[in-house]
Design a protein around this ligand. Structure first.
Ligand SMILES: Cc1cc2nc3c(=O)[nH]c(=O)nc-3n(C[C@H](O)[C@H](O)[C@H](O)COP(=O)(O)O)c2cc1C
Length: 356
């Protein structure tokens, strides 16, 4: 089966010619129950769709909407053009059962994607220039049908080494990115704080005071547009509580989880992905569902503890409508699937067939 984002092709090839496979075909008749669910104040058919990543432009987003994915995220953008890591980016990752967080032993990764349910994700968050992605994001927003919603994802870019006050410039770049996304008319924003390919030790989401500073500046700039924070897996409750305590009064919700980092090797034990800094890459799909469910449940407990009203977007390893229900039961207000949707373009229709 060809995936709609085809890992056998380069990022640029996908961007120019995708989507592929069943998602590229006419959707036919995707049963559409009444849009009686709600997410962040928007009426939706089902609070389910595709998270930041596989929907690289408006053609992909429009196809996802047509096929019954109702809440979709446009791939993370930056304030400037940024190249993708070299091909390959998504390899099959052979992991037996759950992928433990912080696993020291390497995992075998290769191009044998036929039966893959867990994959690598090593793109480096490529972006077009805003002159190109702003009109395209606006087209993706316009492609949403009744009861459907597009979320605009962005992240900040570190200024080049040796330039002025880098700290202030980094905050300002997040604000500029958020403004550019808000200008397209995106009804919900998501700030990616969890890119595992930018160095796991330095993940922004683990620096609660810095996140609060950036989120506050972004919220001041975008006003009432709801803002979600995209999180990595937190190893302990105390650090997650610190992040939530510092930001719950500023933002509107949290999306978790991004990929889990792992060392990936080929059959000869060499790094599976070419190039410096890619020995460790993010892994997503079946093997990380436990992490997404755990983060969802922990966020739900923090919400309950303090009587807060933030939204939770559950992400990670959703391959079936049953997994969707499990996330909803754990406290997710919306659920998203990247790897599962790439494997099965019918997942949106399957979720529409079960209770919201
Ligand atoms: C091809 C691909 C590209 C991705 N790119 C991004 C990205 O640009 N920004 C982001 O926040 N997450 C990105 N992700 C991570 C997903 O949004 C999601 O958090 C992760 O894949 C876990 O979900 P899954 O198990 O359903 O794949 C990407 C994932 C995939 C598969």
């Amino acid at each position: 089966m060809t995936w709609f984002y085809d890992p056998r092709r380069s990022y640029e090839d996908n961007y120019a010619h995708g989507p592929f496979g069943p998602l590229a075909s006419d959707a036919g008749d995707v049963p559409g129950p009444p849009a009686d669910a709600s997410f962040l104040g928007h009426r939706v058919v089902r609070p389910f769709g595709i998270p930041a990543g596989p929907l690289v432009n408006a053609a992909f987003a429009a196809a996802a909407f047509r096929h019954g994915f109702d809440v979709n995220v446009y791939k993370t953008v930056r304030t400037r053009a940024w190249p993708s890591h070299p091909f390959p980016n998504a390899l099959a990752v052979h992991v037996d059962g759950d992928l433990a967080a912080g696993r020291p032993e390497p995992l075998l990764a290769d191009a044998d994607l036929d039966d893959a349910t867990s994959i690598s994700n090593s793109f480096g968050v490529p972006s077009r220039d805003p002159d190109a992605w702003q009109p395209d994001m606006a087209a993706a927003i316009a492609a949403a049908g009744d009861g459907q919603l597009l979320v605009g994802s962005f992240q900040g870019t570190h200024p080049p080494a040796g330039t002025g006050d880098r700290e202030t410039a980094y905050v300002a770049d997040h604000v500029a990115a958020a403004r550019l996304v808000a200008e397209t008319g995106a009804p919900v924003l998501e700030m990616n704080l969890s890119c595992p390919n930018e160095g796991t030790g330095a993940l922004l989401c683990f620096d609660a005071p810095q996140v609060a500073r950036i989120a506050g500046a972004v919220k001041d700039a975008v006003g009432d547009v709801p803002l979600l924070l995209k999180l990595a897996y937190f190893g302990d409750d105390a650090s997650l509580a610190r992040l939530v305590d510092a930001t719950a009064g500023i933002v509107d919700g949290y999306a978790a989880v991004n990929t889990l980092p792992a060392r990936l090797v080929d059959r000869e034990g060499r790094p599976a992905l070419p190039g410096e800094g890619r020995e460790t890459a993010g892994v997503c799909g079946d093997a990380i569902r436990w992490a997404g469910l755990e983060m969802t449940a922990r966020l739900a407990r923090l919400r309950e503890r303090d009587g807060r009203g933030f939204a939770i977007v559950g992400v990670g390893g959703v391959l079936t409508a049953t997994h969707y229900r499990a996330y909803r039961a754990a406290g997710a207000d919306a659920v998203m699937s990247a790897t599962g949707a790439m494997i099965d373009a019918g997942l949106g229709a399957a979720v529409r067939a079960v209770p919201a």
